[in-house]
Design a protein around this ligand. Structure first.
Ligand code: AMP
Length: 264
């Protein structure tokens, strides 16, 4: 099994302002090492990818590494397909192997720091990660359960550019003192419209199984980081327009480009 390389740094909460043009650096001179946790459909990929652009660090989604592997004709491909299409977790060994290879590629390019999305998903993965590097912050994204299934079923991916879109428009009415919630659909641009595909594991049956597995295997990972004082809980208030500025605020970051385009 390939191994992670050890990086050293004590954990600190983010305190500085980042802009879209300068990489945000942790005090000891390296880039952030953050993890995104959250149920399937919560939007980890969307927010991790936006932050990765803002901070200038790679966004590494283990789900993408798995899909890349299963689309290849490699020896693991058919085994992975069966596991993923049933909504089960791939073994810790396979995931660690795929991730350490990817981190090796980033290191060879001279990239430091990362935003991990979809890893760790088990206590064992969290312990292995903790043993090889220091995670600065774990963002636990949360969204109302009734929106998660709809968001997974509405997800569409452009088979050409890999862009992520969503055809579901979520409109939960206020009820019994609970506020309502609105999340607009995220339509593809015209050039992607005819190339949209749905993930094979985004069917109702499989999403329900993925949610069940999240509660069973990944909830304990939240406690793992909570007890180490690294967990930032973030309740998504709605779609990207409401959530992105609030997330930046919670992280003590500023997106100058976003502000400029909003003011334009
Ligand atoms: P995702 O795109 O994060 O929903 O991941 C898609 C699928 O890849 C999951 O349902 C798992 O089968 C597999 N997978 C991704 N990350 C992990 C992980 N950290 N541990 C085990 N399986 C994973």
């Amino acid at each position: 099994m390939a191994v992670f390389s050890r990086c050293s740094r004590a954990a600190t909460a983010p305190t500085r302002i980042a802009t879209a043009t300068f990489a945000y650096r942790e005090p000891k001179g390296r880039n952030v090492q953050w993890v995104f946790l959250g149920c399937p459909g919560v939007g980890k990929g969307t927010y991790a990818s936006r932050l990765s652009n803002l901070l200038g660090v790679p966004h590494i989604a283990t789900g993408d590494l798995v899909r890349h592997e299963l689309a290849s004709s490699g020896p693991l491909s058919s085994k992975l397909k069966e596991i993923v299409n049933q909504g089960k977790l791939v073994s810790d060994e396979i995931i660690i192997d795929l991730l350490s290879k990817r981190l090796g590629v980033e290191a060879a390019k001279g990239e430091s720091g990362f935003i991990l999305d979809g890893f760790p998903r088990t206590i064992r993965q969290a312990e292995i990660l903790e043993g090889v590097t220091d995670i600065d912050l774990v963002v636990n994204l949360k969204l109302r359960e009734e929106a998660l299934l709809a968001k997974c079923l509405g997800r569409r991916i452009c088979s050409e550019c890999g862009g992520n879109y969503n055809v579901a428009c979520i409109d939960i009415k206020a009820e019994n003192g609970r506020p309502g919630m609105y999340m607009a659909a995220l339509p593809p641009p015209p050039q992607c419209e005819s190339k949209l595909i749905t993930r094979a594991d985004d069917t109702e049956e499989v999403v329900k199984e993925r949610l069940r597995i999240y509660h069973e295997m990944t909830r304990p990972v939240e406690d793992f980081y909570r007890s180490r004082g690294k967990l930032l809980e973030f309740d998504l208030p709605g779609g990207i327009p409401e959530s992105w500025p609030k997330l930046l605020q919670a992280l003590n970051l500023e997106d100058h480009e976003d502000k400029e385009s909003a003011a334009a």
